[in-house]
Structure formats: structure tokens, C-alpha cells
Design a protein around this ligand. Structure first.
Ligand SMILES: Nc1ncnc2c1ncn2[C@@H]1O[C@H](COP(=O)(O)OP(=O)(O)O)[C@@H](O)[C@H]1O
Ligand SMILES: [Mg+2]
Length: 453
């Protein structure tokens, strides 16, 4: 009988399959490499031998006797937990052998595989979610500062005007994304998609297809059946054009036409498609200056700048600093599995004086590091030593001890300079004036002490 050789080719090469074939007497005809590994035996030790000698608890005799398959039973060999199946091999109505196999040699491998696939699936699900829905609401914008509170209530009003184009400006990390999300969620468009597109991250030659879509055969490599653009996908909802200041002049012209005509045409398409979306644009650049430099179209600027939200930098809303710190401690603790309760008054004061070039994003990152550092010391409270840039200013907290005059006066000088910089809002000329030294001396000392400006 040569069933073995017929089937052999099917599974011996398949590394995911542990399999064995016996004849109607239970003599092994063939075995896969993977199963040999599981058995920890060589081919010679298995093939041609009674299966009872190989695996004493084998079920093939039941299958040979009944002629019925047994599918999905637990099968343990050499500590490997497998889910196995055995089916009879029938020829001319007669059982001539049996084929036993397990697709995954180890059930835990299968479990891991499923878990990996599930987490991958969730990752993509998240990504799709974040692509089409707005995550944040106005409640997520934490603030105490009066100006910020006014900005929030103004933005809430804008949300109610679903056709109004909004331009959000502000330094990087101030919360522009947050505002765009919140406006969409508070608007009558909230049940429709929210699509964000980062104009800086997408190569210029792809941006047009991304925004407006294309028809089949529009260019080499274009997908079969074409593809809708973000404007189409956002139908009824909001499209958020982030980093609009980075858009090329030729794309700006195309965008302008779309905004004027309220319709798009797919690349390679032959008919216009009406669009019904609100446009929110954001940038950390000064569009006014880009216009001067002829890098931004003035007419597009007026189209976008219908309603303007200027999110102030964190250093200009110091009242927000303590509430944001509290907010992030509460938000980060569960994520980092830490139990930091508070922050020392001295470091809070120093953080309030800091000029936060990276704004709220910088604060979030800085707190994450500080929390991890404090947690490693088993601490419950954040202190200056947990913030890298505050470390050299911590020393004044230490009791006065005998030290060299040179070291002590340098420390004092460093602290004085840092303080002058803070009170002058990092205006170097002003700080030099306060310290009654000239600007070049100040520069030198800043460099010497490595003070962040
Ligand atoms: N007022 C705020 N309250 C809570 N979190 C904020 C606030 N402003 C900014 N953030 C957080 O700071 C980070 C940067 O905000 P983002 O909106 O992306 O800034 P931008 O778009 O201006 O660069 C985000 O993680 C955001 O959740
Ligand atoms: Mg942003």
C-alpha cells in the first residue's frame, strides 16, 4: 500500500502540522518532521514500527475499529499539549489505515498566535477608530486660566455653526488637536466622521490622492476600483487639515478651488462630487508671515481664517500649570501603575516659572519621567530632583554646609541667573539688565552652567 507516499508529500514539509499515518494493523507508514520533533525520535525509530510502541495511548485502534473520525481531542505527548484529530483512510469501503494530525503542535502556540492576532487586530481597530472619530471633548481640555476658559466657550459656540471654517493657531503642544476634536464632537456633525490629515506627514505627490481620491487607472499603481479621498470619506462630518502651513503652493491652489466650489473631482475622474464637510485647519506657523514670504496663498488664508482660535502658549497661562499637573498625575498613575499622590510646593513653584517651550505636550512627557523616577525611589511625591532641568536648582533646599567658597558662589551665581531669566520671561537682554552685566557675559555664563533657555 502506498497511501503513505501519496499523503507524505502533503504534510512532511508542513512545519505547522504534526502528523502520522498508520496502516490497518497500526504499523506506521509515514510521519512528519514536526511530529518527530515532538516525539523526540528519528524517522527510523518510528516508520515501520507498531504505533503502540511509539505512543502507547494512541487512539488509532479505536478509529480503525469503528471507521469513524475523532476530531479535536486533547493529545499530550512529551509535555506538548495538542489538539489532535484522527480520521480513517477508507478504500473501496474498507478501512485501510488512519491519519492522525494536529495542526498546531502545541496548543499554547495556538493560543499565543490567537492572542497576537487579537492584539494586532485591536491595534488596527484603534487606528481606524482614531482615523474616523474624534476622541476628545471640551471636558478633556483642562484649564483654569480665564483666557482659556473664554476660548473654550467661544469654541463651543462655533461648534454649533457646522458650516463655519475654523483656523486654529498656536505653538506646538498647546492643544490644537484637542480643540479640533472637541469642536467636532460638540457639533451637529458629531455623528458623522472626523478625519484628520497631517499635511506635513504625507508626501506631496500622495497628498492630492489622499484628499480627493482617484479613479481606477489614474496612475500606475492606482488601486483597482479607485479610492475615495478624505473629503469624500468625511461626508457630513469634519475634515481636520493639520499643519496646513506645510502644504505646497500647488496643493494650496487645488484646495482653494475645492473650498470655493464645494465639490471635488477624483484624480482621473470625469465628474464632480459634491462635498458637505466642515473644514478645520491648524498650524503652528505664522500664516501671515508665510504669506509675506510667498509661501502661503493669501486668498486661501482668507478662506480658512473665517473664525480664528489662537491657543496661547502655556507660559502665558500660568494658572493652568497646577491644574494640568494634577490632571496628568491622575491620568498617568493608572497607566504607569504608580501611586504618586502629589508634588512638592517648591517644585510646583519652579514649574510655574518654567517657560515650557514644548507646552502641554512637554509637560505630559516631563511628568511621565518624573513619576517613573519618583516611583523607583518608592516615593509618593514629586520633587525637584525628579525633573532633570530643576535638578541643579534643588541644591538651595539643602541645609547650609561647609563647602568651598568657589563652588558655593558658582552655585549662587547660577541660581541668580536662572531666576533672572525666569522673571524676564527668558528675554535675555532684560535679564542681563537686571543682573547688571552685559549680554555677552550672560551668554557665556548660560553656556557655562548649561542653563536651558
Ligand atoms: N488643556 C489641556 N488639557 C489636557 N490635556 C491637554 C491640554 N492641552 C494639551 N493637552 C495634551 O497635550 C498633548 C498635546 O496636545 P495637542 O492637542 O496634540 O497639541 P498641538 O496639536 O497643539 O500640538 C496631547 O496629549 C493633549 O492631550
Ligand atoms: Mg497637533
Amino acid at each position: 500500500m502506498n497511501i503513505g507516499s501519496v499523503l507524505e508529500g502533503l504534510f512532511t514539509q508542513n512545519q505547522f502540522m504534526a502528523a502520522i499515518i498508520v496502516d490497518n494493523k497500526g504499523i506506521v507508514l509515514s510521519v512528519s518532521e514536526t511530529y518527530l520533533q515532538v516525539l523526540n525520535l528519528t524517522k527510523e525509530e518510528v516508520v515501520g514500527k507498531p504505533i503502540k510502541e511509539v505512543t502507547p495511548h494512541t487512539r488509532v485502534f479505536t478509529i480503525l475499529a469503528t471507521g469513524k473520525a475523532m476530531v479535536g481531542y486533547n493529545w499530550k505527548v512529551n509535555g506538548h499539549n495538542m489538539i489532535a484529530s484522527t480520521i480513517p483512510i477508507i478504500k473501496d469501503g474498507e478501512t485501510v489505515g488512519a491519519f492522525a494530525y494536529s495542526v498546531f503542535p502545541d496548543i499554547w502556540d495556538a493560543k499565543n498566535l490567537v492572542e497576537n492576532l487579537l492584539s494586532e487586530l485591536n491595534m488596527y481597530r484603534d487606528e481606524v477608530d482614531s482615523l474616523y472619530t474624534a476622541k476628545y471633548t471640551f471636558d478633556d481640555i483642562v484649564s483654569k486660566d480665564k483666557g482659556m476658559e473664554m476660548l473654550k466657550s467661544f469654541a463651543r459656540q462655533i461648534a454649533n455653526h457646522p458650516f463655519t471654517t475654523v483656523l486654529i493657531t498656536g505653538e506646538s503642544g498647546t492643544g490644537k488637536d484637542l480643540f479640533a476634536n472637541a469642536i467636532h464632537n460638540a457639533s451637529p456633525r458629531s455623528r458623522f466622521p472626523f478625519l484628520r490629515i497631517n499635511c506635513a506627514a504625507i508626501p506631496e505627490n500622495l497628498l492630492e490622492a489622499e484628499l480627493f481620491g482617484y479613479e481606477e487607472g489614474a496612475y500606475t499603481g492606482a488601486k483597482k476600483g479607485g479610492k475615495p479621498g478624505k473629503f469624500e470619506l468625511a461626508h457630513g462630518g469634519t475634515i481636520f487639515l493639520d499643519e496646513i502651513g506645510e502644504m505646497s503652493l500647488s496643493m494650496q491652489s487645488k484646495l482653494l478651488i475645492v473650498l470655493q466650489e464645494q465639490e471635488i473631482e477624483r484624480l482621473g475622474g470625469s465628474f464632480p462630487i459634491k462635498i458637505k464637510v466642515r473644514v478645520i485647519a491648524a498650524t503652528n506657523r505664522s500664516l501671515e508671515q508665510l504669506i509675506q514670504e510667498k509661501k502661503f496663498r493669501e486668498d486661501l488664508y482668507y478662506r480658512l481664517n473665517v473664525v480664528r482660535l489662537e491657543v496661547p502658549p502655556l507660559r502665558q497661562r500660568k494658572q493652568d500649570i497646577p491644574v494640568l499637573i494634577r490632571h496628568f498625575i491622575d491620568k498617568l498613575n493608572p497607566r504607569l501603575r504608580t501611586m504618586i499622590a502629589n508634588i512638592s510646593p517648591k517644585s510646583l513653584k519652579l514649574l510655574e516659572q518654567y517657560h515650557w517651550p514644548g507646552n502641554v505636550r512637554e509637560m505630559e512627557n516631563m511628568l511621565e519621567r518624573a513619576i517613573i523616577m519618583a516611583d523607583m525611589e518608592n516615593g509618593r511625591s514629586l520633587d525637584c530632583r525628579h525633573f532633570k532641568f530643576l535638578q541643579n536648582r534643588c541644591s538651595s533646599e539643602a541645609p547650609l554646609e561647609l563647602q568651598s567658597l568657589k563652588v558655593a558662589s558658582q552655585k549662587f551665581e547660577e541660581e541668580l541667573i536662572a531666576r533672572a531669566l525666569e522673571t524676564s520671561n527668558f528675554n535675555l537682554a532684560k535679564a542681563a539688565e537686571q543682573l547688571e552685566i552685559d549680554l555677552s557675559t550672560l551668554y557665556k555664563k548660560i553656556k557655562k552652567y548649561g542653563i536651558e533657555t
